[in-house]
Design a protein around this ligand. Structure first.
Ligand SMILES: Cc1cc2nc3c(=O)[nH]c(=O)nc-3n(C[C@H](O)[C@H](O)[C@H](O)COP(=O)(O)OP(=O)(O)OC[C@H]3O[C@@H](n4cnc5c(N)ncnc54)[C@H](O)[C@@H]3O)c2cc1C
Length: 382
């Protein structure tokens, strides 16, 4: 098992770090305040191959591996969590599913504009009445010859207010559990498709989140993604890749928190010496740094497993939940090191604190990850 980063990966990390330091870090606070998605930076990232980095070159991707995607994700988040939240919804949630289950025509049409950073995609599952209980969705699709008629609404959808493309998960009325789900690729402008206003969020604020509505939306069968009736099977087949990469968001925020807290502790003088010299401050720094290193190492192991075709339902759930807990402790300790200044917007730690909270909710809550881990463990010991 070798999940060390190669020289090429380290070079990529260095390049993405420089890009983020120049483009994203100086604007992160302003983006947080304005809640505006930075299309200009997204386009530059696309031109450099940082959007769709792991997708095949023939569809506009950079042809990299999942380690490269993890590196880019961590660096984006270290600079601006919201930027990565949107980029990830586009080039992972949307594109990974199209790449895995789409037809040749669909891949050629929908992947390149996202890889170029010219369009955002979104993945629409959650509904007002169905969050953790994903199979409980009510949005419906009814067959009508070569077409389907879609009705229903989705909420909390990343990129919805500004996305050009939508993967829409629906259910045939009367179908149950894993059967009867059908996914469609929808495009903004289709008659019967509309989106709501941008939600005002606690964190990840430059990432537009909102609702999607379908009202007698008539869509041709060519827009089905994968096979009709197979959406939930497809969804679970793609989930391991998505869950194995999500922890790098937790790692990115924790890494950023560690850096600012360590620097501050060395500079801040109380009782005649830098607070870094007090053991209670050292204990916090040690705890944050240890969490980041250990979680990052295991996260790469899980990505390596995915890259090598291993089943990772348990491992991906473990690292997703553990990483999102780790970052909560990290931002808590880091903010404490800043004292009152940590509570002010002048320093980025209060933004990291807010941003990190989403990581225990999105892509399956901590509670749901724990139930998956326990289910897999009981399966092993039965
Ligand atoms: C910023 C943001 C972006 C998002 N982006 C997207 C997106 O792009 N696409 C998309 O489809 N969705 C998206 N979501 C939705 C997200 O996936 C859901 O919020 C999440 O799955 C939880 O669903 P819920 O909010 O309805 O909470 P609920 O499912 O109602 O859960 C409420 C609480 O009950 C707990 N709970 C529920 N069931 C159980 C159980 N069986 N055992 C123990 N505890 C349980 C949960 O863990 C949670 O603590 C996004 C959410 C946020 C906040």
């Amino acid at each position: 098992m070798d999940y060390n980063l190669s020289d090429e990966h380290l070079m990529l990390k260095d390049q993405v770090r420089k890009f983020c330091e120049t483009e994203l870090v100086p604007k992160a606070r302003e983006l947080d305040e304005s809640q505006g998605f930075p299309w200009d930076i997204y386009k530059k990232a696309g031109a450099l191959g940082y959007v769709g980095s792991y997708l095949p070159v023939e569809y506009g991707g950079a042809g990299g591996d999942l380690f490269a995607k993890a590196i880019i994700g961590e660096e984006f988040v270290r600079a601006c969590f919201g930027f990565n939240l949107s980029a990830n919804a586009a080039d992972l949630l949307f594109c990974n599913n199209v790449n895995k289950h789409g037809t040749e025509d669909q891949k050629k049409k929908y992947l390149p504009p996202i890889c170029r950073g010219e369009a955002l995609g979104s993945w629409c599952l959650t509904e007002p009445g169905a969050g953790s209980d994903a199979l409980g969705i009510k949005s419906s699709c009814v067959r009508d010859g070569d077409h389907f008629i879609l009705n229903g609404s989705k909420t909390f959808i990343t990129n919805a207010p500004e996305a050009k493309y939508f993967i829409m998960i629906t259910r045939e009325p009367g179908s149950k559990k894993m059967e009867g789900g059908t996914a469609f690729i929808l495009e903004r402008g289709m008659k019967g498709l509309s989106t709501g206003a941008k939600f005002d969020k606690m964190g990840g604020r430059c990432s537009p989140t909102g609702e999607v509505f379908m009202e007698d939306l008539r869509v041709h069968k060519d827009q089905v993604l994968g096979a009709p009736g197979r959406a939930f099977h497809q969804m679970f087949a793609s989930l391991d890749v998505e869950r194995s990469l999500t922890p790098f968001s937790s790692i990115g925020i924790a890494q950023a928190a560690l850096e600012v807290a360590a620097k501050y502790a060395l500079e801040r003088v109380q009782f005649g010496k830098p607070i870094a010299e007090y053991q209670l401050i050292q204990e916090k720094i040690a705890r944050i740094a240890t969490g980041v290193e250990i979680v990052r190492t295991y996260a790469y192991k899980v990505v390596w497993m995915v890259m090598n075709g291993k089943k990772v339902s348990k491992e991906a759930a473990m690292i997703k939940y553990y990483a999102s807990r780790m970052v909560q402790h990290a931002v808590h300790d880091a903010l404490q090191i800043f004292g009152g200044y940590g509570y002010m917007k002048e320093y980025p730690i209060e933004r990291y604190y807010r941003d990190s909270r989403m990581l225990e909710i999105g892509a399956g809550t901590t509670e749901i990850q724990k139930t998956i881990v326990a289910r897999e463990i009981f399966r092993e010991y039965k």
